[in-house]
Design a protein around this ligand. Structure first.
Ligand code: SF4
Ligand code: SF4
Length: 146
């Protein structure tokens, strides 16, 4: 089962839900969605336990819960590649991949602004569906990759 299928079935299994919106980027993702929603089966007890265990593990992680939706980037006056910078940070925070993290950060800022260029206008934070404290995280990135 795909990661997306777990997420969509989890939401669709909650009481009172009649519609689940799923962002899709290609035909493969659409086919995947249809495969388990055509004859929808709610999560069973074992699957609910697996989700709770995943929540417990992820809850201990210090990584940034960015989903790379890019909603934050449209209005950024500095054109900072926020999700790419967070992806780089997560390599460090999640797996301790120091060299990979730095290389990913340099790739993210090579054609644009660095994390330290943020002017804290906070338009990105108003746009973020995950309510990430983006300006705080960019300060952390600037420290991590200085
Ligand atoms: S707070 Fe920083 S990252 Fe966010 S939109 Fe403003 S300049 Fe860009
Ligand atoms: S809006 Fe939030 S979740 Fe989406 S890419 Fe930006 S920081 Fe990540």
């Amino acid at each position: 089962m795909s990661c997306a299928s777990w997420a969509i079935r989890f939401v669709a299994s909650l009481d009172g839900i009649i519609t689940v919106l799923s962002g899709m980027s290609n035909i493969g993702q659409m086919k995947d969605n249809i495969s388990y929603m055509k004859d929808f089966q709610p999560l069973n007890g074992e699957e609910q336990s697996i989700i709770r265990e995943a929540q417990r593990i992820l809850g201990k992680s210090s990584t940034i819960p960015c989903t790379a939706c890019h909603y934050c980037m449209d209005g950024c006056p500095k054109q900072i590649k926020i999700p790419d910078i967070f992806s780089a940070m997560n390599k460090q925070l999640g797996n301790g991949q120091t060299e990979e993290a730095r290389a990913a950060y340099e790739a993210a800022v090579s054609a644009g602004s660095r994390a330290s260029d943020c002017i804290v206008c906070r338009q990105c934070e108003r746009a973020c569906p995950q309510h990430i404290k983006i300006t705080d995280e960019l300060k952390r990135a600037a420290e991590l990759f200085k």
